[in-house]
Design a protein around this ligand. Structure first.
Ligand code: NAD
Length: 478
């Protein structure tokens, strides 16, 4: 293990980026790159002001404040060697629940030239079928009617931009760092729909003065549990209440479309391009989709850690076949990328014993993840008449996970699904497996229109119930 301390003077740093959602991923990815960059004197106006908007963020905010916003990031090497970075790039932190005016003020401040986001896939408030922004949502309605006291990210950003405009301020860039398809375009659609509905003049200003680049982000970052906090402090000799740990792989590809300037992130390894589509498609279709395919079967088999699941040859074969046979036909290789090497590296990354990611993290919020990671390509597979064995197995496993909440060994568990609708709840409890195919997450594909899918899915759903997921896995791997 080696320690890597930052050695810039924090009093020289000013904040040019406001980030919403100071979760683990942001602290392992954007902060990591920015922390390295702040060593360059001419980049020291790009410190980060963190903003949290949820009541659940209280502990993180308090703990970070107690340690002057510095924290440690343990980068877990695939070779077993870890590097521990102290990160100093988070220079301010505002909790919207405590001080909403401060959030709005900071967004209006012209020194902020970029707003970045990691608010999770579900945070964008999009209809699972149409991808349209849900204006009828209760909190959104609140923010539309009471612009001065917002509660959602959309209300806050709109109010911040309104004040910025009123002060004659400059434009800025809104950069999503979440795993969404065309995350910049999607973010623009969501924010513009909200702002159009609230304030047409502001919408016209935003259209002219705000850009929304697409980006692809990558670094596996597990949730940090209380046991991890203890383990990391012991291992690293630190006293950190909010440490983060992650894998050694890192990638960030961004469209170079920053209306108010940007950090020279390319100096620390960030790639800038004019079109991120191919990178994003590769990452969501291979990494995230394989994670989802692995998650429910592995959890039901009793695995709780991803690296342990990756010791199971049948699961590895399942993923590799999915990548090669099911997904690769729909993934053109991005420039300068060897797709075979990328897939091999993914297998290595998943198996990283040192990072030991949680299977439950991969299972979390399937309702939001399926439309982004799985459904898009599954629709293409059905239209191409492809073999649907693995998607049918995945969806049968997902149903079993949500409905029975017991693994193959009979151990009960809680599910993590914050965005299940009432109708979803009913479909999950139904005894007829076909009802499950009407779930909100699957609205983007006509599963019942495929005879092959239905036949495989019903068979797998019954066999998982009777003989366990492991039996079906063995039968489809052969
Ligand atoms: P996390 O749970 O540690 O953090 C999530 C953050 O999002 C929290 O700060 C929370 O307050 C905020 N948030 C959630 N819903 C929100 C809402 N409706 N409005 C405003 N803020 C909201 O999760 P994480 O591991 O940091 O992952 C966050 C996102 O980052 C993922 O959903 C994904 O899109 C992206 N990502 C994660 C990883 C990873 O390996 N963890 C890798 C690539 C991309």
């Amino acid at each position: 293990m080696s320690m890597v301390y930052y050695h810039y003077d924090v009093s020289d740093i000013s904040t040019g980026i406001l980030h919403i959602g100071i979760g683990n991923f942001h602290r392992a990815h954007q902060q990591f790159y920015t922390n390295l960059l702040l060593h360059d004197k001419d980049q020291q106006n790009w410190g980060i002001c963190g903003v949290c908007l949820l009541p659940a963020d209280e502990k993180t905010v308090k703990n970070l404040r107690a340690q002057h916003l510095d924290y440690s990031l343990t980068v877990c090497g695939r070779n077993g060697e870890d590097e521990v970075y102290t990160i100093g790039s988070l220079r301010e932190l505002i909790w919207g629940v405590e001080d909403p005016e401060a959030v709005v003020r900071k967004m209006a401040d012209s020194s902020v030239r970029i707003i970045t986001l990691t608010i999770t896939e579900g945070g964008y408030n999009l209809d699972k079928e149409t991808g349209e922004f849900i204006l009828g949502d209760e909190k959104i309605q609140h923010d539309l009617k009471k612009p001065a006291i917002p509660v959602t990210v959309f209300g806050f950003v709109a109010e911040g931009l309104r004040q910025r405009k009123a002060q004659g301020g400059t434009g800025l860039t809104i950069l999503s760092c979440d795993n969404l398809q065309h995350n910049g375009n999607t973010t623009k659609r969501a924010f513009m729909t909200f702002i159009e509905a609230q304030d047409k003049e502001l919408a016209a200003w935003v259209e002219k003065h705000v850009t929304f680049p697409n980006s692809m982000v990558d670094r596996i970052t597990p949730a940090t549990t209380p046991e991890d906090v203890e383990r990391l402090n012991k291992l690293n000799g630190t006293h950190d209440q909010v440490p983060v740990y992650c894998e050694d792989f890192i990638q960030w590809v961004i469209e170079d479309n920053f209306i108010a300037g940007r950090p020279a992130w390319e100096r620390v390894g960030v790639e800038f391009t004019h079109d991120v589509t191919a990178f994003e498609n590769m990452k969501l279709s291979l990494l995230n989709a394989s994670h989802t395919l692995l998650s429910y079967p592995a959890f039901l088999m009793g695995y709780r850690k991803v690296d342990q699941a990756m010791q199971d040859k049948n699961l590895v074969k399942l993923i590799r076949t999915f990548m090669d046979a099911d997904i690769t036909p729909f993934v053109p290789a991005p420039e300068n990328t060897d797709l075979e090497k990328y897939k091999e590296t993914l297998i290595e990354r998943f198996a990283n014993h040192s990072v030991s990611d949680q299977v439950s993290r991969l299972c979390f919020d399937g309702i939001s993840k399926f439309p982004v990671y799985i459904i898009h390509n599954l629709d293409k597979m059905i239209k191409a008449g492809a073999d649907l064995t693995r998607p049918a197995f995945l969806i049968a496993s997902y149903r079993h996970y949500l409905k029975y909440r017991k693994d193959d060994q009979g151990n009960g568990f809680e599910i993590g699904e914050p965005w299940l609708t009432e109708s979803d709840q009913e479909l999950i409890t139904s005894e007829n497996p076909q009802d499950f195919l009407e779930l909100s997450a699957f609205k983007g594909v006509h599963l019942k229109g495929s005879g092959q899918f239905i036949e495989l899915y019903i068979r797998f759903a019954e066999e998982i119930k009777d003989a366990g997921v492991v039996s079906v896995l063995q039968s489809i791997i052969k």
